[in-house]
Unconditional design. Structure first.
Length: 325
C-alpha cells in the first residue's frame, strides 16, 4: 500500500449525477517517486495553483517523468484536456509500462469522456495491485458512469468498508444506491460517515436530500412522515455543526416544501390529530405555508443580490396563507 495519497471527496453535490471530470480529479494522486531527479523541486510546488504550476514546471531544470505527470494534472485542472493528452501520449511512448502513466491514462480518459478506456486502464492497475484502494475507487467511478450500478456499488462498498477515510466512496455508494432506487440504503450509507470526518456536514445534508428524493407524495405513503421527521431533525442538528444560515434555510424550505406537497395530496390526515410539528411548523397546510414563508423571507435577508432578494420575497408571498389581516 501507500503508492497513492487520498484525494478529495469528489462529492460537492453528492445525491445528484456525478460530475465525472471533477470526480476523476478528486481520485487519489500518485505519490512522487523519491528517486525522480525533480522530486525535491516538485515538493516545493505542492501549494501552487494550477496556472502558476504550469509556468513553474516549464522552468524546471530538466524535464522528467514526474514533471510531465504533474503537467498532465495541471492541464486537466485548467480545462486543457487536449494539451494533457499530448503530454500523456509522449510519455506513453517512453514509459508504456510505468503504472503511474497508466493511472494518468485512466484519469485523462475519464475527463475526456472515454469511460471504457478509463476502465481498461484502472482494471490493469487493479490486477497489478489487488490490495490497493485507489484502483477500486477508480473502477467504482468507471462502473457508475457506465451504468453498471451493481459493480459500482460493490467497488465503492469495498473501499468504504476497508478505509473510512475515503469518504468519496460513501458518496459514490449513496449515488448508485439512489440511482438503483434504494433510498434507505443511500441514507444509511451517508449517515455512516463519522462525526469526526471533515465531510460529516456534507454527508448529513446529502442524507436529508436523499430522504426526500423522488418521493411520490401519495396519501397512502404513511412512512413518508417518518422520513420528513428524520430529515427535519437532521436540519435542526446541523445548526450545531456550523451549517451556514443560508444553506440551513434552503434545506428547511426543501423539507417543508415536500411536506406541503404530501399534505396537499391528501397525506397526513392521521398526523393532524397528533399535532406533529416540523421545523417549528404545524404539520398541516396552514402551518407549512407559514413555515415556508418564514424560510424564504430569511433567505431573502441573506441574499447577496437585489434581484435574488426580490425573487425570494415573491416566493415567500406566494406561500403566505390567506388571512383576513
Amino acid at each position: 500500500g501507500g503508492a497513492v495519497a487520498p484525494g478529495g471527496p469528489g462529492a460537492s453535490v453528492p445525491v445528484k449525477r456525478v460530475d465525472v471530470a471533477a470526480a476523476a480529479l478528486a481520485l487519489p494522486v500518485p505519490h512522487v517517486d523519491p528517486t525522480d531527479p525533480n522530486a525535491g523541486f516538485l515538493a516545493g510546488l505542492l501549494a501552487s495553483a494550477p496556472g502558476e504550476l504550469i509556468n513553474a514546471l516549464a522552468a524546471a531544470p530538466a524535464q522528467s517523468t514526474e514533471t510531465r505527470l504533474r503537467q498532465i494534472r495541471a492541464r486537466l485542472e485548467t480545462g486543457e484536456p487536449g494539451t494533457a493528452l499530448e503530454v500523456l501520449r509522449a510519455l506513453e511512448e517512453r514509459h508504456p509500462d510505468d503504472w503511474r502513466v497508466v493511472w494518468y491514462r485512466g484519469v485523462v480518459s475519464l475527463v475526456t469522456g472515454d469511460h471504457e478506456g478509463a476502465a481498461l486502464s484502472f482494471d490493469a492497475l487493479y490486477d497489478a495491485f489487488p490490495g490497493e484502494i485507489a484502483p477500486k475507487l477508480a473502477l467504482g467511478l468507471c462502473a457508475e458512469v457506465l451504468g453498471q450500478l451493481d459493480n459500482a456499488a460493490e467497488y465503492y462498498r469495498l473501499v468504504w468498508k476497508t478505509d473510512p477515510s475515503y469518504v468519496s466512496a460513501a458518496f459514490g455508494l449513496a449515488r448508485v444506491r439512489l440511482a438503483g432506487g434504494d433510498r434507505r440504503g443511500a441514507v444509511r450509507t451517508l449517515e455512516s460517515v463519522p462525526e469526526a470526518s471533515i465531510h460529516y456536514t456534507a454527508a448529513r445534508v446529502a442524507a436529508v436530500r436523499a430522504r426526500l428524493r423522488h418521493r411520490r407524495a401519495l396519501a397512502s405513503d404513511t412512512p413518508f412522515v417518518e422520513d420528513l421527521t428524520a430529515a427535519a431533525g437532521q436540519v435542526e442538528a446541523l445548526r450545531a455543526y456550523g451549517l451556514d444560515p443560508a444553506r440551513r434555510e434552503l434545506l428547511s424550505a426543501e423539507v417543508l416544501g415536500c411536506a406541503l406537497d404530501w399534505i396537499l395530496s391528501g397525506g397526513g390526515a392521521a398526523e393532524a390529530a397528533t399535532r406533529r410539528v416540523l421545523l417549528g411548523s404545524e404539520l398541516d397546510e396552514r402551518g407549512l405555508r407559514f413555515g415556508l414563508e418564514r424560510s424564504y423571507r430569511a433567505l431573502a435577508r441573506l441574499a447577496p443580490g437585489g434581484k435574488e432578494r426580490i425573487d425570494l420575497v415573491e416566493r415567500a408571498n406566494r406561500y403566505r396563507p390567506r388571512t383576513w389581516v
